[in-house]
Design a protein around this ligand. Sequence first.
Ligand code: UDP
Ligand code: MN
Length: 295
Amino acid sequence: KCCLESTKMLTENDAADTALNLQSRPDVQTCTSWRAPIIWEGMFDPDLYDQIHRKQGSSVALTVFAIGRYLDAYLEAFLNSSEHHFMLGLPVSYYVFTDTPEKVKSIKLGPQRSLRVIQVQRHTRWQDISMMRMKTISDTIESDIRHHCTHVFCFDVDQVFTGRFGPEALGDSVAQLHAHYYRLPKKLFTYDRNPKSQAFIETGDFYYHAAVFGGSWKDVKALTEACYKSIMEDKQNNVEALWHDESHLNKYFWIHKPSRILSPEYCWDTSIRNRTDIRVFRLLWAPKHYNKLRT
Ligand code: UDP
Ligand code: MN
């Protein structure tokens, strides 16, 4: 299935990538048609990535939103699990965005790790809460993150780290394969199909999950800014994309191909059974209680 034998990958100037073994996972696609790697367990040497990114001075901002009831429901477990698995050995700056900063409990952070709580407005509709993250992230990269971090990763809060999520995931522009779609035919992908929406696409490469994306601060700024612009244009035209920010993200990555893709091991839903290609759970969906959380 692999699209590459020995051709050099287009992507990053990441020395560790020369050690990526695309042939070690013949059971899955490990490389895209535009020669970006798809990162699966067994393809890389974790220690090598740790070493190289430490040497390069990589530092990572993690953004996460916990607004309304999502704070009590998910934030603490998310952050505690991240302290055990996310980018250990690199400097990490958490950016927690919430409407109720006083409710954020202090958690014990490892060395070279810091946390900032930033108050944001609470939009009434959950769709707007989700979509407006793009604006907040882009503004915070401009005002703060770009002065302190080389990379940014943006996460939904309703998830828990359960395994290594390390610097092998770092790249210029990083997209996450959606656990429910990576094995489905393209015609079932739930892209936005309304030509009136800025998120409209007829086809795409993969179906990406908006619960995880990242990259260099520059690329994430460009992505979040572009998605926010499209979202606002839709609002002016009185349309809303089918899956909100996720639809806009999928459109963006269709036009601007990601340089690195994460396998569904990096955002897995354990209600999916019997997948021998998933060798490790790195980040798991937490239970979704929409009836309690979204009303
Ligand atoms: N979110 C939030 N409060 C809300 C709705 C959403 O904090 O009332 C944030 C939170 O980080 C959440 C993300 O927006 O993980 C996306 O929403 P959700 O997880 O409900 O979307 P889904 O996973 O169902 O696509
Ligand atoms: Mn979510």
